[in-house]
Design a protein around this ligand. Structure first.
Ligand SMILES: NC(=O)c1ccc[n+]([C@@H]2O[C@H](COP(=O)([O-])OP(=O)(O)OC[C@H]3O[C@@H](n4cnc5c(N)ncnc54)[C@H](O)[C@@H]3O)[C@@H](O)[C@H]2O)c1
Length: 360
């Protein structure tokens, strides 16, 4: 199978590219590296079954040759990223999704959409089943992401109805693991970075808000199960074990052996209070459920971060704890010229230093 992965240079996308190659598929990775980094996929470049093209999918998507499936993951995903790129986020959720859908239609390919639990907004129903329609503020700051994804689901469903396109929709809940950026503002990466560098952990509100945290390998198995099916869903993909943000902070502190303090900040606008997926549909229809325990997944992620003090913005000596038994190989740096790119696209900085916008 030859699979196009948009956003393939990002956190989830790079793991998906890797998993597809591992099982023998060919992969065409499309990314503009606005939030992803080339080193996420640099190790895949020598594989003849892997192609990488730097392209903004909101501008258009064309892939020569056979295409059997399109996995559309391109979109900023962390709150600081989409709040900094509001119009680009709306563009990739709308025009980018339409371009990816048209690509799938032209090739008669299966199309899967990386949607999000954010389409439920600040849910009035708990836990969230796929039948819940959500509670989203359509003009709040987070609406650029939430409404873009809601539109992406709507247009994907419409392509299915109007053109009989083979569509699958995954509603992804909080996922974490190696290749998150240390300063991307997501709660797991922020806590680990802060714990390893001895900075205070930033908790918004009293930390009693809940999230569910799914390890990346589990999520990739779920996305592959959806890709291989002919089911439309939507499917909630996430870990159904609910944790408070406070509990997450305590676990990270214990696993890193860090003595960082905890600082409380006011809750951001529209930050959801409770999040937990009901995954019965994914369990029964796709035969999928997460398997990796939080402490195991966090330990692997801490080892990844601990092995990259340069990306945390500190010297190796400044890392507190975290350098467990499984220190992964240092990241590969890739020369910009190794990637085919249209002119005029700048390289991103992998570790923009900015505060977390939410414990999301
Ligand atoms: N990680 C999570 O917890 C989570 C939760 C819910 C949904 N999702 C969804 O999964 C997808 C991947 O998320 P992620 O966590 O890997 O984020 P990420 O930011 O690491 O990856 C997104 C990738 O898309 C690329 N991209 C963005 N706009 C693009 C454009 N216009 N053209 C081409 N490439 C573009 C970025 O450069 C990046 O490599 C996103 O669609 C996100 O909304 C992720």
């Amino acid at each position: 199978m030859r699979v196009v992965v948009t956003g393939g240079g990002g956190f989830l996308g790079s793991h998906l590219c890797e998993a597809l190659l591992r099982r023998g598929d060919a992969v065409v990775c499309l990314d503009d590296f606005s939030t992803g980094v080339p080193e996420n996929v640099a190790h895949l470049l020598p594989d003849p079954a892997f192609e990488l093209h730097r392209v903004d999918v909101s501008e258009g998507v064309d892939v020569a040759g056979q295409v059997d499936a399109v996995a559309h993951l391109a979109s900023p995903a962390s709150p600081p990223d989409y709040l900094r790129r509001p119009l680009e986020t709306l563009a990739v959720g709308s025009r980018g999704t339409e371009n990816a859908l048209r690509l799938a239609l032209r090739h008669g390919a299966r199309f899967i959409l990386a949607s999000t639990s954010e389409i439920y907004g600040d849910p009035l129903v708990h836990p969230q089943e796929e039948t819940y329609w959500g509670n989203v503020n359509s003009i709040g700051p987070r609406s650029v992401y939430d409404e873009a994804k809601r539109y992406a689901e709507a247009v994907s469903a419409a392509y299915h109805r109007a053109h009989d396109l083979d569509v699958g929709i995954a509603r992804i809940f909080n996922t974490y693991g190696p290749r998150m950026r240390p300063h991307d503002g997501r709660v797991v990466s922020s806590f680990i970075t802060q714990a390893l560098t001895g900075e205070p952990l930033t908790i918004y509100g009293d930390g009693g808000q809940t999230r569910s945290f799914c390890y990346v390998d589990d999520m990739i198995r779920g996305l592959l199960a959806l890709l291989d099916s002919s089911e439309m869903g939507p499917f909630n993909l996430g870990n159904p074990i609910e944790r408070t943000v406070r509990e997450l902070a305590e676990t990270v502190l214990a696993l890193t052996g860090s003595v960082s303090e905890v600082n409380h900040h006011p809750l951001p606008v529209d930050d959801p209070v409770r999040r937990r997926p009901v995954i019965t549909r994914a369990r029964e229809v796709l035969g999928w459920a997460p398997e990796i325990e939080l402490t195991e997944g966090l330990s692997r992620t801490i080892a990844y971060f601990g092995a990259r003090p340069d990306r945390l913005g500190v010297s190796a000596a400044a890392i507190r704890g975290g350098q467990g038994d499984t220190v992964l190989p240092a990241s590969v740096s890739v020369a910009p010229q190794a990637i085919p790119a249209p002119s005029g696209v700048g390289m991103p900085s992998g570790a923009a230093s900015e505060p977390a916008a939410a414990n999301g």
